[in-house]
Write a new protein. Structure first.
Length: 138
């Protein structure tokens, strides 16, 4: 092997470092575009009329679209996000809030909240007006 072959091999094995920061371009992580992510979040909020971040206890990173219909990403799920520990936000997400100086009476507010649930009212169903017009008072 002559000297020119060694130089050619050296050129092929040389690291690609276009931005000259000392990290091989093949293993360097891409720089995230923060403004694009913010725009995507704004679009998701605008496009989903029932989207409410309160359901996730204020956790912006959670999949709040699915938290509305299943409990995996909700504030009271079995896998809550570690940094979500603001008690007021979690309480607001389940419909129970307390004042700072209010006595904690476990179960009382939950029972009163559940008595007046809109989902249990027959008028909350999609076909309620049609049934009322037909005379079926179910």
């Amino acid at each position: 092997m002559d000297k020119t072959e060694k130089l050619i091999d050296w050129e092929e094995d040389e690291r690609k470092d276009r931005n000259r920061n000392g990290i091989d371009d093949r293993i360097e992580p891409p720089i995230p575009d923060v403004s694009a992510s913010s725009q995507k979040l704004a679009d998701r909020l605008r496009d989903d009329p029932v989207a409410d971040l309160v359901v996730t206890g204020g956790d912006v990173d959670a999949q709040w679209e699915s938290a509305q219909f299943s409990g995996d990403e909700s504030a009271i799920s079995s896998m809550p996000t570690p940094e979500v520990n603001v008690v007021d936000d979690i309480g607001r997400s389940i419909g129970v809030t307390y004042e700072d100086n209010e006595e904690l009476k476990v179960g009382e507010k939950e029972r009163s909240r559940d008595i007046r649930r809109w989902e249990l009212d027959p008028a909350s169903s999609d076909d309620y007006l049609d049934r009322m017009k037909d005379g079926n008072r179910r």
